[in-house]
Ligand binder design. Structure first.
Ligand code: UDP
Length: 474
């Protein structure tokens, strides 16, 4: 069995982006693609990551590689294999890059294991590549491949999808471990300028924020009837699910339907006209779901109508995320402790993961139906849920941390200077619930902001610029 697998991605028709970005931007993309193909000559651009499905990196590569395919650029995607120990090591590096020291520094045996797994993958990778090819290594899992690839003449960039605004012993530990590998790279890509560590030479650092795909099951347009039918099927909205109206377009272009219920903890159910305050997150301490609940119960529920929906992935049976189950259990306890009147208006929702497109359509419906979307994170790399909510013309109340600060521009949502300030959170949410006109204006400004900054054509053009610089260094 081979360690390195090629991921086949269906071409995503780039022409359909025109509906969203307009003719001028579409033409610029097509022109840039033609010029990029010419510059590329016989070279191939290889993405190397550690998983083909699940997680933001895989989701984004599916889209970007799909558009590149349609635009005729030779962009490929390979996935490497590791064992449980390898992924435990890379998860620790991931946490360290987020400034969390849990697990301590990696020891010599762990360093050897990381090197051995990547050396075995490199043996299979190298024969696929030609000396002048361009390689994007994604995240700590693939970082250690840089020296072997560079030694064979490839031009290598490391793409970090994570980071924090500051440095501490934990981030220092991660860089001490990764630097001997990463020094071999010719470029370094981060989502925010603040995430670039001091050791990266300024001229080799590139800032490329993530993007959303307006046509994915997560973000595609759904009419109001479909949204309500999906929410009723999930069991979030009161009443029986009207049959047959839960259709959406799958990632591969086929038709899907939402058929599964979500698992819901809640005493009552909102009716279709009740305003919803929604936060969609993994069950992660840094997303502060209990803080959202406390802020809603203390400062939103007493003043008027509205329900809070906290939604995240199903936790039962997710063996590799014990923390998710523990955080969800903490939310259940906090929910039981809420004052009765507030508890009746708070729903904890876990979304089935059997069918990822269906899961995405559920998130889409929740975000579209929301009167207000919140992302009260204590720390955040980028915060795709913010861009997703803004794209749906929803007003977002988000903590002023990490990438949320970049996304919520003045007038496009409300930034909370102190993520732990429940009263300020409540006031912001209440203001938007009580002023639908202002909320709607903000939502539309938010959608324009996402269109202007976080749609795939811009993401591709930023990669074009970075890869062009790598080619010209060669
Ligand atoms: N998400 C999802 N299903 C869920 C919960 C979250 O698809 O049940 C998605 C969410 O819509 C977003 C991503 O997971 O696209 C989370 O990305 P984000 O950058 O917000 O946070 P991260 O989880 O990477 O810290």
């Amino acid at each position: 069995m081979s360690l390195v697998k090629s991921v086949q991605v269906a071409a995503h028709p780039a022409a359909r982006l025109e509906q969203v970005i307009g003719g001028a931007r579409q033409a610029r993309l097509v022109r840039a693609a033609g010029e990029f193909r010419a510059r590329l000559g016989g070279r191939t651009v290889w993405n190397v990551s550690s998983t083909a499905a699940g997680g933001g990196v895989a989701e984004m590569l599916q889209v970007l590689v799909g558009y590149a395919e349609d635009l005729g650029a030779a962009v490929r995607w390979l996935v490497i294999t590791g064992d449980a120990q390898f992924f435990a090591i890379t998860k620790r590096l991931h946490n360290q890059i987020h400034g969390q020291a849990a697990g301590g520094p990696l020891n010599g045996d762990e360093a050897d294991h990381y090197a051995r797994v990547l050396a075995a993958n490199a043996v299979e990778l190298l024969p696929r590549m030609r000396p002048d090819d361009l390689v994007l290594l994604h995240d700590p899992q693939a970082a250690g491949l840089a020296p072997a690839l560079a030694a064979c003449g490839a031009r290598v960039a490391w793409r970090s999808h994570i980071g924090v605004d500051w440095e501490n012993d934990a981030t220092q530990g991660a860089w001490d471990f990764l630097r001997p590998y990463l020094d071999a790279a010719d470029g370094y890509v981060f989502s925010r300028r603040q995430y670039v560590p001091a050791w990266v030479p300024a001229h080799k650092a590139w800032i490329i924020p993530p993007s959303i795909d307006p046509f994915s099951p997560k973000n595609q347009d759904l009419d109001g009837g479909t949204v309500r039918a999906i929410l009723a099927t999930m069991g979030v909205l009161e009443g029986d699910a009207p049959g047959g109206q839960t259709a959406f377009v799958r990632s591969d272009g086929g038709t899907g339907t939402v058929a599964r219920p979500a698992e819901i903890t809640g005493e009552g159910r909102p009716g279709p006209a009740d305003p919803l305050v929604v936060q969609v997150s993994r069950w992660d301490r840094l997303k502060d779901m209990p803080g959202v609940m406390a802020g809603f119960a203390g400062h939103v529920a007493p003043g008027g109508n509205g329900y809070l929906v906290l939604a995240g992935p199903a936790v039962t049976g997710v063996a590799d995320d014990p923390e998710g189950a523990a955080v969800f259990a903490g939310c259940l306890l906090a929910w039981r402790d809420l004052p009765a009147a507030a508890r009746a208006r708070v729903l904890l929702v876990t979304l089935p993961l059997e069918d990822l497109d269906e899961n995405a359509a559920m998130v889409n419906a929740l975000q579209r139906h929301a009167a207000v979307i919140t992302q009260k994170s204590l720390a955040e790399g980028f915060g795709l849920t913010v861009a997703e909510g803004m794209w749906k013309a929803r007003p977002v109340v988000g903590s002023a941390v990490g990438g949320i600060v970049d996304q919520i521009a003045p007038g496009t949502g409300i930034l909370l200077p102190d993520p732990r300030d429940g009263a300020a959170f409540g006031t912001a949410v209440r203001t938007l619930l009580d002023n639908p006109g202002q909320a709607s204006q903000m939502g539309h400004a938010a959608q324009d902001h996402v269109r202007g900054n976080y749609v795939g054509d811009l993401h591709l053009l930023r990669y074009d610029e970075m890869l062009t610089a790598l080619i010209s260094q060669g």
